[in-house]
Design a binder for this molecule. Structure first.
Ligand code: FES
Length: 284
């Protein structure tokens, strides 16, 4: 049975405005018979799993650089490694002795802020954790509450107001994508010259997914296509905007997940190699 057949009356567009009632159908209305709960549950599990892994990996504070076993692999969760414990791990850039805890926590602030305020991740956690609403054409859980939650406030108040910093975090994300690209190039460096290990491939894939995710950002699209009265009069920017929109932004959700997984896999592999648990096979 189609969605339209489940509608109890003629469809009426719901106007959502800040301070007004929340959008979506009333709680008593069932518009969907498909398994709409599955996606928010999977997304919640995926995000919780990622956060749990990152907390564990950051607190590990060791075996994040594989220099001692002849590989120039630095975990993406620790890059750039700039504190004193980086030197003790064999990485030469370190030196900030005032930072006492794991160097990963110093780094993760920036990509963490970028991802937490990303338009896709906002949708993901609004749906999966706050059920606001959990899916299209499903009642907003906020409409069961009382007081302020019954009114739609958008992102105009703390804490959601902070999501507006996203466009600024994007500039930091570009720097980090550049650093991870450098790490991917460094992964070709072997003690006796240029080489290719399994880890090298993981680092290259990670850099590709990070760039695909970062350049597909909505804030990035504004940089190339926004603030213009007529896009047709700026052919280079129009070309740039069109390609970023169709090739990257249209798949932003996919790249958001691929880059999340590639970060975990690359860190895990680096840890296993650096700790001597596995040997990194060299292809040439
Ligand atoms: S909208 Fe997702 S990274 Fe900017």
């Amino acid at each position: 049975m189609s969605l339209a057949q489940h509608l109890e009356g003629p469809a009426r567009p719901a106007t959502v405005r800040v301070g007004g009632p929340r959008g979506g159908p009333p709680l008593s209305t069932v518009l969907r018979r498909d398994n709409w709960r599955l996606q928010p549950v999977l997304v919640a599990l995926g995000l919780l799993g990622f956060v749990a892994y990152v907390v564990w990996a950051a607190n590990r504070n060791g075996a994040f650089y594989a220099g001692s076993v002849g590989r120039d692999y630095l975990s993406p969760l620790y890059s750039p490694c700039i504190t004193h414990s980086c030197i003790s791990s064999g990485y030469v850039w370190g030196g900030w002795s005032w930072w006492r805890v794991s160097p990963a926590w110093l780094i993760l602030i920036f990509p963490g802020a970028f991802r937490a305020t990303c338009y896709y991740y906002r949708k993901a956690y609004y749906r999966s954790f706050w059920l606001s609403p959990p899916a299209c054409a499903v009642a907003d859980a906020g409409s069961t509450g009382s007081g302020l939650r019954q009114h739609y406030s958008g992102e105009t108040r703390f804490p959601l107001l902070w999501n507006n910093i996203h466009r600024y975090t994007w500039y930091f994300a570009l720097i980090f994508a550049g650093i991870l690209t450098w790490d991917a190039i460094a992964a070709f460096r072997f003690p006796n010259g240029i080489g290719l290990g399994v880890g090298t491939i993981l680092f290259v894939l990670n850099a590709i997914f990070i760039w695909a995710y970062t350049l597909g950002c909505h804030a990035g699209r504004h940089l190339c296509g926004g603030n213009l009265k007529r896009l047709s009069q700026a052919p280079i920017r129009r070309w740039w905007w069109k390609n970023v929109s169709s090739q990257l932004n249209a798949h932003h959700q996919l790249y958001a997940w691929l880059s999340l997984f590639s970060i975990i896999v690359t860190d895990l592999y680096t840890w296993l190699v650096a700790s001597g648990t596995i040997h990194d096979p060299r292809i040439f």
